[in-house]
Design a protein around this ligand. Structure first.
Ligand SMILES: [Zn+2]
Length: 265
């Protein structure tokens, strides 16, 4: 399994793109979240990923920095579907709230009266704990337990024995512990370095410092950690700054990816 990070920042960043990424396994690709606009299309282009290669999409929650880019994907899909009769339908997975927003928004913003949102897209509502085979792997989607917004994450298990857990953009909560336990890779948000805690006050938004994220990774015995959804005030120093802090609080491998970086799991 391979991850290509399209964006690594929080909602308000300007020096990188909002957190979203492409997962690739067994020759298939899945987009996870879309960032906040059509810069998603630029990031895909820069990563060398064609839209028609993406067979599935998962959206964690309805916040603008995660859902808005999906409408640009829908726009492109709609254009391609009209031009190319062999066009492959894309499958979008999320919980009921996000699926409702995407279907309604697609219809209202991009389709004519006689067009149906399901013509080009298969919308799949997943429940808390539901399992699906995607990319040749077993995905278990789960409610991360946020009190701010309905937000889902997932645990993906490959037949080769690798497990990847994504917690969306909030810190590990009680609900996610059993899903994240003993995973090979944990994707956890880290808003800022511990030293900048009073400056950004990440906990107000259910976000963490690097130190907090490392403690959570230790708590679930994750073998490897990926930190994302960060502030961008010192983007050039981020890898070093966060990496140095993670080395103190997490005893195994921690990756702080830049936009467009790929990670082989
Ligand atoms: Zn976010």
């Amino acid at each position: 399994m391979k991850i290509t990070m399209l964006g690594t920042g929080h909602a308000g960043v300007t020096e990188c793109y909002n957190t979203c990424f492409v997962l690739e396994d067994h020759g298939e690709k899945m987009l996870v979240d879309g960032g906040d606009g059509n810069i998603l299309l630029r990031q895909l282009k820069r990563a060398g990923i064609e839209l028609h290669e993406i067979g599935s999409v998962f959206v964690t929650h309805k916040h603008l920095d995660h859902i808005t880019g999906i409408f640009w994907i829908l726009r492109r899909i709609h254009q391609s579907a009209k031009r190319d009769p062999s066009f492959r339908k894309i499958c979008i997975y999320s919980h009921a709230e996000v699926i409702s927003i995407l279907k309604t928004g697609y219809k209202m913003l991009l389709l004519s009266e006689d067009e149906d949102p399901e013509d080009d897209v298969t919308f799949v509502t997943v429940e808390d704990g539901e399992q699906r085979q995607i990319l040749g792997d077993l995905f278990t989607f789960f409610d991360i337990g946020s009190e701010r917004v309905c937000e889902f994450g997932f645990r993906a298990e490959t037949p080769e024995g690798i497990s990847l857990v994504c917690l969306g953009d909030e810190y590990l909560q009680a609900k996610g512990i059993s899903y994240a336990q003993n995973c090979t890779w944990l994707m956890h948000e880290a808003f800022c370095a511990e030293a900048d805690r009073d400056l950004y006050r990440p906990h107000r938004m259910n976000h963490s410092t690097v130190k907090d994220a490392c403690a959570n990774a230790e708590k679930v015995n994750a073998a490897n950690l990926i930190l994302y959804h960060t502030e961008d005030n010192r983007i050039d120093e981020r890898k070093q700054l966060y990496g140095d802090e993670a080395a103190v609080y997490f005893g195994r491998r921690c990756v702080i990816p830049d936009d467009l970086e790929t990670i082989d799991l």
